[in-house]
Design a binder for this molecule. Structure first.
Ligand SMILES: Cc1ncc(COP(=O)(O)O)c(C=O)c1O
Length: 361
């Protein structure tokens, strides 16, 4: 056993340390999440008849999220493995409900929609837009083949929020489903902005990842649907579990993720998340001040994500990784992505900007 532990420790040593990671939308999970996760490590929500207590925690975690996003009483929620599964599931349901196979979405949509399109045989009608998708463009792209529109609350390259309230009005008028991908923005926008990204706007579904700013353990995301009955579209009879029906993409699902999310949500509460969100925004503003001082160009951030402009993304990322800094590379947009997650401190920012300046010279 001791030998194996040594092997595990050696493997861990090769992993990047979060105090050098600037390009990830994940962070170090909260201690409370970690503790709960360990307690429920063996539980399977794919067979929740066996794990009734864990199922209750999942339901309570979903209720917490539903309250945050002002879900109507008709809602249904799913705990998923993250944004990818949530996005695929939403598009799967809307394809079945609409009987149509075209999805309107912005160029900055996450690549999980490419996976969804391949799996579900969907045609992606991509809207060209620089930073965010606006409502008038959506109107022009909707057709009789449109199954649903996808709007992003905190897009992956820039952290920008699409015109969700206005897009929701259009989708409602046209009787088309609107899925909001708040995988990244879901745990920050409600705490720092008045923008309506939730069910108070006329949206059909929303996904949010607790394993990003929610401080839960990987894998943990949520999908909320406006109508519980929509889940019937993906409900199947299970013949090998004690639980007779499943309505989720995954079969076996980690109860530990639900316990972790439940615990950290109730430990931190809305106030605790607000404090974390504000700290991330304060650190984002701090980094911007340093970048300005050094004359480094960036796209004005809306959330805790800074897109630094550069002509040579590959070379910059290579040079930074030689210095042990890990940033996001986005050649298509000519940017390196810096995500100011909860693990990022001012001290880390000082060291990073000093090295960034050197590699940019
Ligand atoms: C906007 C958005 N959607 C979806 C995803 C996919 O989430 P996951 O990696 O948890 O599947 C991400 C991940 O960064 C994201 O930023």
């Amino acid at each position: 056993m001791q030998k194996l532990i040594e092997v595990l420790n050696k493997a861990k040593e090769k992993d990047a340390n979060f105090n050098r990671i600037f390009g990830s939308m994940c962070t170090v999970p909260h201690e409370m999440a970690r503790k709960a996760y360990e307690m429920f490590i063996e539980t399977n929500l794919g067979d929740y008849e066996l794990f009734k207590g864990t199922k209750e925690l999942e339901e309570k975690a979903i209720q917490w999220i539903a309250k945050l996003f002002h879900a109507p009483s008709s809602y249904a929620g799913l705990l998923t493995s993250g944004g990818t599964e949530s996005n695929i599931t939403a598009l799967w349901i809307f394809k079945k409900l609409s009987g149509k196979n075209e999805v309107v979405l912005p160029k900055q949509a996450h690549f999980s929609f490419i996976k969804a399109s391949s799996l579900l045989d969907l045609k992606l009608n991509v809207i060209e837009c620089k930073y965010r998708m606006n409502a008038s463009d959506v109107k022009k792209h909707i057709s009789s083949s449109t199954s649903c529109v996808v709007a992003i609350a905190g897009n992956t390259p820039f952290g920008y929020v699409d015109e969700i309230e206005e897009i929701a009005e259009i989708c409602s008028e046209e009787n088309i489903f609107l899925h909001v991908d708040a995988a990244f923005g879901g745990f920050i926008i409600p705490f720092i902005s008045n923008k309506l990204i939730d069910f108070r706007a006329k949206i059909s579904s929303i996904c949010v990842d607790a394993h990003k700013m929610g401080m839960a353990c990987i894998p943990c995301g949520f999908l909320l649907l406006k109508e519980k009955k929509w889940l019937e579209e993906i409900r199947v009879r299970s013949r090998c579990t004690h639980t007779r029906f499943q309505a989720s993409l995954l079969g076996t699902r980690p109860g530990a993720a639900a316990a972790g999310a439940y615990a950290v949500m109730h430990y931190l509460g809305y106030k605790g998340y607000e404090t974390i969100a504000k700290k991330c925004m304060e650190n984002t503003a701090y980094m911007i001040k340093l970048l300005d001082r050094e004359g480094i160009k960036y796209v004005e951030p809306e959330l805790n994500l800074i897109a630094i402009k550069t002509k040579n993304v590959g070379m910059m990322v290579d040079k930074l990784s030689k210095l042990n800094w890990y940033v996001g590379a986005d050649e298509e947009n000519g940017i390196i992505r810096i995500v100011i997650m909860p693990h990022v401190s001012k001290e880390m920012i000082n060291k990073f900007v000093s090295d960034l300046k050197k590699v940019m010279e």
